[in-house]
Each structure stands twice: as structure tokens, then as C-alpha cells.
Design a protein around this ligand. Structure first.
Ligand code: OFO
Length: 177
């Protein structure tokens, strides 16, 4: 059985992950509408990953008899001044998520919740990658995005990211239905 405090904190983190999903979907739409389809694709895949993060936490609560309570999601930005600003926001958002995961681990230790700690260690390691990836793209964008060629090159590069198998966010998955 999981404690009430941990249940509430994990529900809060499910919300954070779903809001990450929402934010990246919003960024995907922004990039697609600016004809930056490579960046749009990258953000769809990122949104997919965020949904998986939310589901890992949701299943953890269910497995341990905790009550899942899904609150309203916050409406994130839908417009950015520039593609660079969107990438910088993505990086800032990942830093925020890292701080939330760290808080959750602090609580798990305080509550002596040994069952939650392996999952939270997975998230801590995942956040290293999440920050490194978005931070690197934000820096590269700052170097090149003031030229159309630079933006074009980055869009091509980021469009190489592969969808996980059967992702519902992959247009190829629903094109034929
Ligand atoms: Fe769930 O890692 Fe990004 O937000």
C-alpha cells in the first residue's frame, strides 16, 4: 500500500507529464504550421514519450492500490515568437520537470517508500537525457536560426528522429484508417 502523501505527489507528477505531452503537442502544431515539419515530427515523438512517462506513474499507483485522480490540465502556450524561443521553452520545461522528479525522490526517501524509488531512479536518469537533448537543440538553434538556411538544416536534422513502433502520434499510423 502506498501512503497518502506519495499518492498525491504521484498524481501531481502524472499531471506534470500530461502537461508536458500537451506542451509538446502544442509545439508540434506550431512547428507544422510554420512549415517546419521536421521539428513538428520531433515534438510529436516527444509528446509520445511524455504520455509513456505519465502511464508509467499511473500504473505504479494502480499496482500499489493508490487512487488515480486526474486533475484539469493547464493550457500551455500555443504561439512562440520564433522557433528558437520554443526550443528554449522546451529546455526550461525539462529543467522544471527535473526539479519535480527530485522533489518526488526526496519525499519517497522521507516516507521510506522503497517501492517507488527504483521507478523514480529511472525518471532521474531519463531527465538527464531530456535536459541534455532539449538543451543541445536550443543551443544549436541559437547558433544557426538567424538564417533561413540554418533553420532549414536544423529542421531536416531533427526530422530524422524515429517514431516508436505503433505510435498513435505518427501520421503513418492513422493515414490508412
Ligand atoms: Fe517526462 O520528461 Fe520531459 O517532461
Amino acid at each position: 500500500m502506498i501512503s497518502e502523501r506519495m499518492t498525491q505527489a504521484i498524481n501531481e507528477q502524472i499531471k506534470n507529464e500530461l502537461e508536458s505531452y500537451y506542451l509538446y503537442l502544442s509545439m508540434a502544431a506550431y512547428f507544422h504550421s510554420a512549415n517546419l515539419d521536421g521539428m513538428g515530427r520531433w515534438m510529436r515523438i516527444q509528446a509520445h514519450e511524455e504520455m509513456v512517462h505519465a502511464m508509467k506513474l499511473l500504473d505504479h499507483l494502480l499496482d500499489r492500490g493508490g487512487k488515480v485522480q486526474l486533475p484539469d490540465l493547464k493550457q500551455h502556450k500555443t504561439e512562440w515568437e520564433s522557433p528558437l524561443e520554443a526550443w528554449q521553452d522546451a529546455y526550461k520545461h525539462e529543467q522544471f520537470i527535473t526539479s519535480k522528479i527530485n522533489d518526488l525522490m526526496d519525499l519517497a526517501r522521507e516516507e521510506k517508500d522503497y517501492q517507488a524509488q527504483p521507478l523514480l531512479t529511472w525518471f532521474i536518469e531519463e531527465q538527464i537525457e531530456e535536459e541534455a537533448t532539449s538543451g543541445k537543440v536550443a543551443e544549436e538553434m541559437a547558433m544557426v536560426s538567424d538564417t533561413k538556411q540554418g533553420l532549414f538544416f536544423m529542421d531536416r536534422e531533427l526530422g530524422q528522429r524515429a517514431f516508436p513502433a505503433n505510435s498513435p502520434l505518427d501520421p503513418a499510423a492513422y493515414a490508412a484508417t
